[in-house]
Write a protein that binds this ligand. Structure first.
Ligand SMILES: Nc1ncnc2c1ncn2[C@@H]1O[C@H](COP(=O)(O)OP(=O)(O)OP(=O)(O)O)[C@@H](O)[C@H]1O
Length: 494
């Protein structure tokens, strides 16, 4: 399956990078064979993003060497990396939303902007690679998957032979992820090289040729996927055998905590996304909400959490609700504020009088320790934490407010971007909240995660909710609307 040649496309030797007193990389190494897809794994904060930024010339290492296609390079900026044939697609996109696809691709190029030439370039890349994009489309109007395609096209238009992608599937739906990974495989089979940062061990096993695992800034292992198993990779990531799966089954649920009847919710653009949803959730149960992207689950969860108002129908919900939103940057964190200030946001609306900063600082330090958030301390900015550790902070804040969890806890993709250990820890916290009497509603794009967590499952399709047995096939059918009542659907479309 590989078109490897025995040459190396990219080599990082003994790379060390410190941020103040924190050591993000401590002599890490990475050897990427030309013509292979190389997965980089590691728990949150292991140094994956930092190592990729070094390889792309965004960060200068304190020590270590970089070789591109066998030649030692001093990369002082991304422009140097691009000139050496290395491209990178970041976790958070770098496109300019108000500009067209062609303008975005031309940005950073040399000379005057020539619209016709830029459009021709986009079309040429599309023809060569199969990554179709309309050169005249405004970048901000594209969906997430198309914006990501634009990032890739930008790199390829600059003749990248080695493409680095930092957790590209974290923002995609399962179908989009499969499509991207399939495309990357073809790209590699055509003789290019891909470095893929991911938390999904299964994706690494299915699509990569080689794997490098980072742990606490060092290279913990490098191996071919032919010799790897999921358990072996998990052990390398964690530094110990993975914990056994938690036992299932809860006590009988209690009283109804939240109830929606015929609920309708309109999104920010005025489109009705929840179209007559009826459901209830009880104390002491985890209700799993299964849905494919855009089925209305995002708006329903926000309404349940009290973050958005319903346009029709009734909704009974407790005043206090915990919310773990999908987009932590937009909805959960002030990136330039300290961790203590971010913890202080919880319940800020209900607080009267002076903010007890000293107590909040102590509480934040306690949360960091209890939830294994890797950070230098409560005064660090949220921005300086790795993506996974930011998410752990949000979860800690929402779940550990006091000894008692909120009566209702709503979570949307709570483990997105989290490593194996942190994922297991969040699952355990959600179960603990349930066992302490909270009503928990969880949606995950990963159906297996919904099924693993939920005591009861409902599926959402076309803005409506149906009860389904917790059986993979039945849930899958309901999510795709295969069992939906065609009469109802037609009536609603009118
Ligand atoms: N600009 C920065 N300032 C201070 N510390 C930083 C900075 N960038 C990264 N770090 C620290 O370096 C360490 C490695 O972070 P990095 O983002 O490389 O991890 P990662 O393996 O990509 O994690 P994740 O899977 O959570 O994205 C973390 O402890 C992080 O807090």
């Amino acid at each position: 399956m590989t078109s490897a040649t025995g040459r190396t496309a990219l080599e990082l030797r003994g790379v060390t990078k410190r941020f103040g007193t924190a050591t993000a990389l401590d002599g890490a190494s990475l050897v990427v064979r030309a013509g292979t897809l190389h997965a980089v794994l590691g728990e949150n904060g292991a140094g994956k993003t930092t190592l990729m930024r070094v390889a792309f010339g965004m960060l200068r290492p304190d020590a270590g060497e970089i070789l591109v296609e066998g030649t030692p390079r001093r990369l002082t900026s991304p422009a140097d990396a691009i000139a050496a044939g290395v491209g990178m697609v970041h976790q958070h996109f770098t496109i300019v939303p108000a500009m067209t696809v062609a303008e975005n691709v031309a940005l950073g190029g040399r000379g005057r902007y020539d619209a016709a030439a830029a459009a021709a370039r986009v079309r040429a890349v599309a023809e060569r690679t199969g990554l179709a994009l309309d050169p005249a489309a405004v970048a901000g109007s594209l969906g997430v998957a198309a914006q990501q395609r634009l990032e890739i096209v930008k790199a390829l238009a600059r003749d990248a032979r080695t493409l680095i992608l930092d957790e590209p599937t974290a923002v995609l739906t399962p179908a989009e992820s499969r499509e991207l990974l399939g495309w990357l495989r073809t790209f590699v089979d055509d003789g290019h090289t891909v470095v893929l940062v991911t938390h999904r061990l299964r994706d690494a096993l299915a699509f990569a040729d080689d794997v490098t695992v980072l742990r606490r800034g060092r290279t913990a292992g490098a191996l071919g996927t032919a010799d790897a198993t999921e358990a072996r990779l998990a052990e390398l990531v964690l530094g110990e055998p993975p914990p056994p799966p938690a036992p299932r089954g809860a006590a009988a649920p209690g009283a109804v905590v939240a109830r929606a009847v015929g609920l309708r919710v309109v999104d920010a653009r005025g489109v009705e996304r929840v179209r007559g949803a009826t459901l209830e959730v009880r104390a002491g149960e985890i209700l799993g909400l299964a849905a494919v992207e855009g089925a209305g689950q995002h708006e329903l969860l926000r309404a349940l959490a009290g973050r958005t108002a319903a346009s029709a129908g009734t909704l009974e919900r407790p005043e206090r609700a915990g919310f773990i939103p999908e987009d932590r940057h937009r909805d959960a964190l002030l990136l330039d504020a300290s961790l203590t200030e971010n913890v202080a946001l919880h319940g800020a609306g209900a607080r009267r009088g002076l903010v007890p900063w000293r107590a909040l600082g102590r509480r934040t330090a306690d949360l960091l320790a209890r939830f294994d958030v890797r950070a230098p301390g409560p005064r660090a900015s949220a921005r300086s934490l790795s993506g996974g550790n930011q998410q752990k902070l949000v979860v800690a804040r929402e779940l550990a407010a006091d000894a008692t969890p909120p009566p209702l806890l709503v979570a949307e993709n709570p483990t997105r971007g989290l490593d194996v250990r942190a994922t297991a820890a969040v699952h355990e916290r959600l179960r603990a909240a349930r066992d302490a009497g909270a009503a928990v509603v969880v949606h995950s794009t990963d159906l297996d995660e919904v099924l693993a967590l939920a005591d009861r499952v409902v599926a959402m399709y076309g803005g409506r909710v149906t009860d389904v047995p917790a059986d993979r096939e039945a849930v899958g059918r309901a999510m795709l609307g295969l069992d939906a009542d065609p009469q109802l659907d037609r009536a609603d479309r009118v």
